[in-house]
Design a protein. Structure first.
Lengths: 434, 278
């Protein structure tokens, strides 16, 4: 039995194919429904996001399985086979496991370390369980995937830092003010970037907003959108007395705020901190403002600098994450290998148990005078003899399961005990003793 | 009896605090719920050993064991740890453990190194005034220690934001406002405590030595320390000082506390090394 992963992502597929993927994403029909048509495929898991499509499956016949899944995927994307085919990647066993772990940890994402992908995998897994297309192997693999992703999140700083300008601004505000719920944000000017940032601030709990804009209509429009008050543009300096965060994005050619305007107002504010985010170009706020105590001024370049730094930080953290993933992959591999000896162990136990039952029946029928207690004692006796006798061979097989030579020992055991392979239960049964 | 046992407990407490410090250092560099829980557990365990040692010594001496510098250091460290353990959840300022744990370890080791001969008890030490004097002042000092730690963190964090170079601890430190708030609250509670402690001392001194003010070096330094904190409180409440300046002054104030508390006892003689006069 092998695990395969067939798929494509934003790195391997050009934009026109990714657009198709995005459409596939929105489709109602789930490709898991097609599993009965894929004869070679045993367990199947399907993940699609706007940036990737992945099929994860187990099969006893690798080439047929890959063939069937590829065809399914080509049908799904609905483009000619040759154009699609060259963007596929196929991973087998160890590589498939590693790839899945990487995807879940966000290492394979467009923005490294983004957290959404894990939720998407969890949703996809829920669907797969609803369609009953996952069994022992993929269940275990996906649960492992969730725990690996969680481990990467807690043990590395991969998702810690903001990687967009607006979010970097919000993060800074939180560093200065802590809780943003009781803070007041003022928008001066109504540029698109400022709007985006304001949206972010709302998302982080800011409820109290003020808008000051030269054109009143636009101010009113924005105010309605953010449930904000409006202030006449000419009076924005006075409004500075009771706001905490100021987003500037006017088209003014000269700064609209100088340090000299602010200093006396800081005294009136009792030095409560004031955070200016100047995303206008040219800048709206005189850089000297940053030198005043308890006043912080960040312009667009500063914020971009933070974002760049955070991105490189994430890439650095990704190396640590890769190490975690590699060790976890090896661990999973070990579990997987024990699976190969499981059917033989089960067959061995079954054979012993059937012999025991038959002999027990024979003996008991010849001893009609026995009471329930004695019968039970004989039953327990035979059971424990069998258990003790089989214990060593089973331990031996399990130990050999991680070795290359395991097939040799499996076949020896089967010959030694004359185990009929046909009777061996399929792997999809509960192999709880694996 | 108890002497050897008490010493063993003290060393044990110091070791456990050390392990806790390492834990908190790891927590500082790399976030992790388990790391924090382990480090906090170490602090709690240390406080239990430490508290038992203090109780043993106090019962052996017949008075609260704060009469030598060694005992005072140990008692102060214990109060600090207990205070931190009690408020850390409310404060949501786990990073402070990275200060408290090593400071406690250092104090307990210091206490173990200093001569620890036991002062025979005397009616002088059994007065409730002494108890009030010591506990309020130690409480105030512990709060000022927290204010100082918060001040250091504030300055580090503020500098990073002003320089626009957000250092490696950026993601780990609490917000400026929270740090400033901690500084403020510690001052608000610590200053009255200190005032009460000093008044108790003066009142007691006037009954024992017939004069409240004896030009004892510790008295002089204590008054200077009190003045520093009085200025800080005034500036904060009346003028609206906050942030950087308040943080600096809190650090300055705590240095004065350390001089009063340690320096004077170690290098100068007076009636707080008291028990020489017996």
């Amino acid at each position: 039995m092998d695990i395969y992963l067939v798929g494509m992502n934003h790195k391997t597929a050009p934009v026109e194919i990714r657009e198709r993927i995005a459409q596939v994403c929105r489709m109602d029909a789930n490709p898991l429904e097609q599993r009965p048509h894929c004869k070679a495929v045993e367990e199947l898991f399907f993940l699609s996001t706007c940036n990737r499509v992945e099929f994860l499956f187990t099969t006893r016949n690798g080439s047929d399985g890959v063939q069937e899944i590829t065809e399914l995927m080509v049908r799904l994307i609905g483009l000619p086979k040759d154009t699609v085919l060259k963007h596929f990647y196929v991973h087998k066993n160890l590589e498939a496991v590693r790839h899945l772990f990487r995807v879940a940890a966000g290492l394979d994402s467009m923005v490294v370390g983004e957290p959404q992908i894990l939720g998407q995998i969890k949703d996809a897994y829920r669907e797969a369980t609803q369609y009953r297309t996952v069994g022992v192997v993929l269940n275990r693999l996906l649960h492992k995937t969730f725990s690996v992703a969680k481990r990467v999140r807690t043990e590395t700083n991969i998702g810690c830092h903001a990687v967009s300008v607006s979010y970097a601004a919000v993060e800074l505000a939180k560093k200065i003010f802590g809780d943003l719920k009781d803070k007041r944000v003022m928008l001066i000017g109504a540029g698109e970037m400022a709007e985006l940032a304001a949206e972010h601030f709302r998302g982080h709990g800011v409820r109290d907003m003020v808008v000051a804009n030269r054109t009143v209509e636009r101010a009113v429009e924005l105010a309605r959108r953010f449930h904000a008050q409006t202030v006449p543009f000419a009076h924005f300096l006075d409004a500075l007395l009771d706001v905490d965060i100021v987003l500037c994005s006017t088209a003014a050619a000269q700064p609209i705020l100088y340090a000299a305007d602010l200093k006396p107002r800081m005294r009136k504010r009792k030095n409560r901190p004031l955070f200016f985010i100047d995303i206008a170009m040219p800048r709206n706020v005189d850089p000297k403002v940053h030198e005043i105590d308890n006043v912080y001024l960040y312009d667009i370049d500063d914020l971009k600098g933070i974002v760049d730094l955070n991105l490189s930080e994430r890439r650095h953290e990704a190396e640590k994450a890769q190490f975690i993933i590699d060790t976890e992959t090896l661990q999973f591999q070990q579990w997987l290998q024990t699976l190969d000896v499981v059917p033989t162990i089960i067959a061995l136990r079954r054979k012993a148990e059937s012999i025991r039952q038959a002999e027990l029946r024979k003996t008991l029928s010849q001893l009609p005078g026995l009471g329930d207690k004695e019968k039970e004692a004989i039953g327990v006796l035979t059971e424990s003899m069998i258990k003790k006798l089989l214990h060593d061979p089973i331990v031996f097989l399990k130990k050999k399961s991680v070795r290359e030579s395991k097939n040799l020992y499996v076949s020896f055991t089967q010959q030694l005990f004359n185990l009929d392979q046909e009777d061996a239960p399929a792997r999809s049964l509960d192999c709880t003793d694996g | 009896m108890g002497q050897g046992m008490e010493h063993v407990l003290l060393i044990l407490a110091a070791c456990v605090y050390c392990i806790g410090s390492v834990g908190y250092f790891v927590f500082l560099v790399r976030n992790g719920e388990n790391v924090h829980r382990a480090a906090l557990g170490m602090l709690v365990a240390g406080a239990v050993f430490h508290g038992t040692a203090i109780v043993l010594r106090s019962t052996a001496a017949g008075h609260l064991a704060v009469t030598t510098l060694s005992e005072a250091l140990s008692f102060f460290a214990w109060l600090m740890v207990v205070a931190y353990v009690l408020i850390q959840n409310r404060l949501r300022l786990r990073i402070l453990g990275s200060f408290v744990a090593p400071l406690a370890a250092a104090f307990v080791f210091g206490s173990a190194i200093l001569p620890s001969h036991m002062i025979p008890t005397s009616p002088l030490l059994k007065s409730a005034w002494v108890w009030l004097h010591v506990s309020t002042l130690f409480g105030a000092n512990a709060l000022f220690a927290v204010a100082c730690a918060a001040g250091i963190l504030y300055l580090y964090q503020e500098r990073a934001i002003k320089k626009k170079r957000l250092g490696p601890l950026y993601g780990r430190l609490p917000s400026l406002e929270r740090l400033d708030r901690v500084n403020h609250v510690c001052l608000l509670i610590g200053f009255p405590l200190m005032t009460v402690g000093l008044l108790a001392g003066f009142l007691y001194a006037s009954t024992v030595w017939k004069s409240p003010w004896n030009w004892d070096p510790k008295e002089i330094f204590a008054l200077i320390t009190w003045l520093i904190y009085a200025v800080l409180l005034h500036e904060r409440l009346a003028v609206g000082w906050r942030g950087r300046r308040a943080a600096w002054l809190a650090i300055f104030g705590f240095s004065a506390v350390l001089i009063t508390f340690l320096g004077v006892n170690l290098f100068l003689k007076g009636h707080h090394t008291l028990f020489v006069i017996q």
